[in-house]
Design a protein around this ligand. Structure first.
Ligand SMILES: O=c1ccn([C@@H]2O[C@H](COP(=O)(O)O)[C@@H](O)[C@H]2O)c(=O)[nH]1
Length: 280
């Protein structure tokens, strides 16, 4: 069996072809209502398939927020499976925003669920929480590498509560310890590695203050916080400066509020994408 193409290479090709944008699929009750859909699994299905249709060729990757499917139990997971399959058929990469993290033995099962070729939920990448210790993520890190998939580890999150944990330690912060491990993991990559980082668009000068070198990490940098949480493409360009070529700008509600019209959704995504390109 030939080795799979590494996730970092696949992501870079998608970013070159479609631009540095990740569109989040977050079917919140208020958005479903605004789109004239019921807050049911069927409503979430219609919402998700419309986003997939609108984003083909306009986004490098789609990020379904797993929590918003999970609230409908098995019916929600069936819709998520269908959404992942539709994205694959439309040549869109997928990042399941599940933020999984547990002791190693349980992590094995999470890795199988999100990163094994045989799983109906297999995605191109999954988000992981490293707060049980970076090495507890090993089953997912290794399975992702073996299957040509990726993971995005929480580093500096976009929410205002994040610093109360992630900045602890100052020059030897919790976030720096995590990011140093990611740097080691991606050391052999020529460009982007298979281990990405979640680093919010709202973080301001935190990397500088904490002595964190994001460029050296070779991590694809997922930057939630753009749009609905108040950050702009210019904010990202300022915070990320030398690592900007690694940035995958991500936005959910600010784009999704343009639906359900497919053309309006796509045009908004293209505007956000063009702003990200221009800011660099
Ligand atoms: O630090 C983080 C990590 C993840 N998220 C997720 O991204 C989207 C953001 O949605 P917007 O509507 O663009 O605000 C959402 O799914 C979050 O759970 C984040 O915001 N920050």
């Amino acid at each position: 069996m030939p080795s799979p193409i590494p996730f970092g290479e696949r992501l870079r090709s998608a970013m070159q072809a479609c631009g540095p944008l990740c569109v989040g699929i977050d079917p919140h009750p208020a958005l479903l209502e605004a789109w004239g859909l019921d807050d049911t699994a069927e409503g979430v299905r219609s919402f998700s398939l419309t986003v997939v249709e609108a984003m083909a060729g306009a986004a490098a990757i789609l990020k379904p927020q797993v929590a918003l499917y999970e609230r409908f139990g098995s019916a929600g997971f069936a819709v998520l499976e269908e959404t992942l399959a539709a994205a694959k058929s439309a040549n869109l990469l997928t990042l399941a925003d599940a933020k999984r993290g547990d002791i190693g033995s349980t992590m094995d099962a999470y890795a199988t669920a999100w990163l094994d070729d045989r799983s109906p939920l297999a995605s191109d990448a999954v988000t992981l929480s490293p707060y049980l210790g970076y090495e507890s993520l090993r089953p997912a890190l290794d399975l992702a590498a073996a299957t040509g998939r990726g993971v995005f580890v929480l580093g500096l999150t976009s929410n205002p509560e994040g610093p109360s944990v992630q900045h602890v330690g100052g020059e030897n912060s919790v976030a720096k310890a995590i990011i140093d491990q990611v740097t080691k993991e991606n050391a052999a990559a020529e460009d982007l590695g298979h281990v990405g980082l979640v680093v919010g668009a709202t973080i301001g000068d935190a990397p500088e203050k904490l002595g964190i070198d994001l460029t050296a990490s070779k991590a694809p940098l997922l930057t939630p916080g753009l749009g609905a949480q108040g950050a702009t493409a210019q904010d990202i360009a300022k915070s990320f400066a030398s690592s900007y070529s690694q940035v995958l700008g991500t936005s959910s509600r600010d784009i999704l509020k343009e639906g359900p019209n497919v053309v309006a959704l796509r045009e908004k995504a293209l505007r956000v994408r063009d702003e990200l390109v221009a800011a660099g």
